[in-house]
Ligand binder design. Structure first.
Ligand SMILES: [Zn+2]
Ligand SMILES: [Zn+2]
Length: 258
């Protein structure tokens, strides 16, 4: 879940925590968009000098709602070559977990950006999927992340490759399994044009067959989005065979039945 520091979310962590209690959640986690080494990289994340403020906002929610378990994380952008930067972020606070996310398929195209939709015009969907899943595979192999975020994000606006992507998915999921990474069931996809949880049932089925763990996330960018559509996510996970998900405590993986 996010905070206003990323410049495209609303509501303070205390508001998200209040909402979580209202809908009966017992544990939540904040994973706002990590700062980049260069603050002018883009305009939809906290600045580097706001990281402490972010942590303090989460700490405040922890203090005000002691009856709710609140984890401290980051959604970290993975781009090839950013590994040292990500390691330096990891050293700055006692994080519970990092979600490794690929948004960028090149240094100047975030595939989920509504402001860069024209980029799709010159690109073949399968080629975008190939680059995307290559980067996801690299992210899993770094060992820097407990969770890989929204694994099929390029479907956000409804683009779909016509070619079979199974080999791309298999390569990524094999890397996730080998490097002890979970994938998240992210319900934000239901609120986008693709109208589908990230990742698809097809990918989730492959993940289950390979023994890749899962987590649940609403990717809330506003308090009313906290835990949204979790019933559907749980139903999907059960339908493909999952009965356990991960919770993350100080970067340690723990399994819990759901
Ligand atoms: Zn966001
Ligand atoms: Zn994301």
């Amino acid at each position: 879940m996010h905070t206003p520091l990323c410049r495209h979310a609303s509501g303070e962590p205390v508001d998200y925590a209040r909402r979580a209690l209202e809908i009966g959640l017992t544990e939540i986690g904040f994973t706002d968009h990590s700062p980049m080494a260069r603050d002018d990289f883009d305009d939809w994340r906290m600045r580097n000098d706001q990281l402490d403020e972010y942590v303090e906002k989460v700490r405040r929610a922890q203090r005000e709602f002691p009856q709710l378990t609140i984890r401290l994380g980051l959604e970290v952008d993975y781009l090839p070559g950013h590994e040292d930067w990500i390691r330096s972020l990891a050293a700055r606070h006692p994080w519970d977990y990092f979600i490794g996310s690929v948004h960028y398929v090149s240094d100047d195209w975030a595939v989920d950006s509504p402001f860069q939709l024209s980029k799709w015009k010159n690109r073949d969907a399968f080629e975008v999927w190939s680059v995307y899943f290559d980067r996801l595979t690299m992210a899993a192999k770094t060992g820097l992340f407990e969770i890989i975020g929204h694994a099929d994000l390029p479907k956000k606006f409804g683009h779909r490759p016509t070619r079979d992507c199974t080999p791309l998915y298999e390569k990524f999921l094999d890397a996730a399994k080998q490097h002890n990474c979970a994938i998240e069931l992210n319900t934000a996809g239901l609120r986008k044009d693709c109208k589908e949880i990230y990742p698809s049932r097809e990918i989730l089925q492959l993940a289950f067959a390979k023994g890749v763990p899962i987590t649940f996330g609403s990717d809330a960018h506003a308090p009313e989005e906290v835990g949204l559509n979790f019933a559907e996510a749980i139903q999907l996970a059960h339908a493909v065979g999952y009965a356990e998900s991960w919770r993350l405590v100080q970067r340690e993986r723990q399994s819990a039945a759901f």
